[in-house]
Design a protein around this ligand. Sequence first.
Ligand SMILES: [Fe+2]
Length: 191
Amino acid sequence: MIDSKMISDLFKRQLENIKNKELRKKVVEVWVEGCRRGNWKKVDELKKIPFSLLTESRGINLIEHTIAVTEMAVEMAKAQIRSYSKMVYEINIDYLYAGGLLHDVGKLIEIESDGKGGYRKSRAGKLTRHPISGAILAAECGVPEEVINIIACHSKEGEGRPQVVETIFIHQADFATFNPLVLKEKGLLIE
Ligand SMILES: [Fe+2]
């Protein structure tokens, strides 16, 4: 079983940056519950889950993707805060860390092993895509509604929908990791 200590170790640096202790604890709880529902039993298994089934993931796993998106979104926000003489909206860094760590937690339910070393969409994943299953899971664990907005709206589900500003940063960071691989797959990435 994957417990809270294992998840805390996995995302140590990012979790340490969440100032609100209760939020930090909830993020870990959501991951533990996601692993339980998705039937992932070992951390090593988590490190093999491809970050996406929509394009060739080229060995980039869900954990590295989660960390990259979280760090990228926070760096973008900090760069904006540093550069603007006056911020016209507030950016909550705790929400960025929590939302980054949780944006794809629904993939623990959406993706399953095919038993032959590969991965496929689970039945639950066909019924409910990861932004929705992740949002439900996080809401059940008592995560703040602003972070639920990040999870629910970080992908195409959020197009044209009301969003907190942190959702925009997570969305952009997410697609900055995804789009280069899509272009590469199509032979459109100039290298
Ligand atoms: Fe993602």
